[in-house]
Write a protein that binds this ligand. Structure first.
Ligand SMILES: C[S@@+](CC[C@H](N)C(=O)[O-])C[C@H]1O[C@@H](n2cnc3c(N)ncnc32)[C@H](O)[C@@H]1O
Length: 203
């Protein structure tokens, strides 16, 4: 998969554009100033650069070194910096009580990895820390407007609600919406959106 993503990112063009994901732009309004933010599967940096430009301290992790080089370039072109970490999410250490926010925008990984990752995300968020997720939903399989073609990589609302039980749910929705992001996310799409807050008495 790493080679797939390196190849996708190897042209000058930004595969998902340079504008941030619009759901993230709205969700980020709730973040405290100068938050420490981890972005999972950041790719070419459109979301990380946006968050850094807002004054947050952003770490972007992705398996694709080519994507992260473009992340650094995009951030520099916007007058900000993003810390980049080339790593597979299987190995990446998220840490404990470290992040004000963890962001996952269209970062699709197999369900066996998600089951390992979710508890790490839970542990990695500070008390009051915010998890922001937008992912293609299982219903997206019938469409050709973007996202993985493998059912196991898609994320339902039910899965997030179950895995983050105990979080304060600030916003959650499964919806059909039009997405226009670069070459590969284009058109009517079925997505899962989730904004959850790590509660004081985290389990
Ligand atoms: C559809 S792209 C989305 C990129 C970015 N979040 C955005 O919205 O523009 C998915 C990204 O997830 C990354 N990814 C998928 N599985 C990964 C894994 N196991 N470890 C690290 N990165 C992964 C890919 O390398 C790719 O950059």
């Amino acid at each position: 998969m790493k080679s797939f993503w390196n190849e996708r990112y190897s042209s000058e063009e930004y595969a998902y554009g340079v504008q941030p994901n619009d759901f993230l732009v709205e969700a980020a309004k709730r973040l405290p100033t100068a938050s420490r933010i981890l972005s999972l599967g950041e790719g070419e940096g459109r979301n990380a650069a946006f968050l850094a430009k807002c004054g947050h301290k952003v770490t972007a992790v992705d398996q694709s070194e080519i994507g992260l080089l473009k992340t650094e370039k995009l951030a520099a072109s916007q007058g900000c910096t993003v810390e980049t970490v080339v790593s597979d999410l299987r190995e990446y250490e998220i840490g404990e009580q470290k992040w004000n926010a963890i962001v996952s925008i269209f970062c699709h990984v197999p369900s066996e990895l998600r089951r390992v990752l979710y508890p790490k995300i839970r542990a990695g968020l500070k008390t009051g820390g915010v998890l922001i997720v937008e992912a293609y939903a299982p219903e997206q399989l019938k469409r050709n407007s973007g996202g993985p073609k493998e059912a196991d990589l898609l994320v339902s609302l039910d899965e997030l609600q179950t895995q983050f039980a105990g979080f304060e749910i600030a916003y959650t929705q499964a919806l059909t919406r039009v997405i226009q992001e670069g070459l590969f996310h284009q058109g009517v799409s079925d997505v899962t959106q989730f904004i959850g807050i790590n509660p004081k008495d985290a389990v």
